[in-house]
Design a protein around this ligand. Structure first.
Ligand SMILES: C[S@@+](CC[C@H](N)C(=O)[O-])C[C@H]1O[C@@H](n2cnc3c(N)ncnc32)[C@H](O)[C@@H]1O
Length: 197
């Protein structure tokens, strides 16, 4: 992917290559750079609809893949999905029951935008914190974590929380990210274990 590609070019490329959304190129870039998923890994994908990260993940591992979203994800071979809000304790228990030990937890979840910048920022960072709390419960020691976030208020707090729990942490802005967006991903590698949570 060339830097600065116009978003409609990326969109058309995704359609041509059979991906459900342009977001596929974000996880492809993250994987190329940080090697977060290994063959055989069990992966949970939060905020998975319409399913382009799941399409990519299915090419990276033969292990169990569970996608969770508020919206149904159209079926994909080799992938299990769950409709629900991962911040809801009952849904978290369903996730734990389905995959008690997870090697990689990724979250591309984004809240519905209200239009109020500071409310949206707080919600987005809050979702990242909820994803981290779930990672603390399901990840095996040594596991990897990828979470979407937005640079701005409270971002540094989330980053510090990830740093306290993973031995290597990176902040990455994929080249396909829309111009002007504050979106970025925090990548935590090598989970140090539940005692850090
Ligand atoms: C940017 S889209 C994800 C795109 C996806 N990674 C893909 O490649 O197809 C963000 C998704 O997060 C989901 N989402 C937001 N909050 C959520 C929550 N609390 N629980 C589950 N899904 C959530 C939304 O329903 C939306 O489908």
């Amino acid at each position: 992917m060339k830097p600065g590609w116009a978003s409609d070019t990326v969109h058309r490329r995704a359609a041509r290559e059979g991906y459900r959304s342009r977001a596929a190129y974000k996880i492809l870039e993250i994987q190329e750079r940080f090697r977060v998923v290994r063959p055989g890994d069990t992966v949970v994908d939060l905020g998975a609809a319409p399913g382009s990260w799941l399409q990519v993940l299915a090419t990276l591992t033969r292990g169990t893949i569970l996608g969770v979203d508020l919206q149904p994800v159209p079926p994909l071979p080799g992938v299990t999905t769950l409709v629900g809000d991962f911040t809801d304790p009952a849904v978290r228990e369903q996730i734990l029951a389905a995959v008690p030990m997870v090697s990689v937890l990724v979250s591309d979840a984004a809240p519905h935008l209200s239009g109020n910048r500071s409310i949206d920022q707080a919600r987005a960072v809050g979702l990242g914190e909820d994803a981290l709390a779930l990672a603390c419960r399901v990840l095996s020691p040594g596991g990897n974590f990828v979470v979407k976030s937005f640079q701005g208020e409270d971002f540094d707090g989330l980053l510090a929380e990830v740093r306290a729990r993973f031995r290597a942490v990176h902040v990455y802005r994929p080249k396909v990210t829309r111009k002007g967006s504050r979106e970025c991903y925090i990548i935590g590698k090598n989970f140090a274990g539940r005692e850090t949570c």
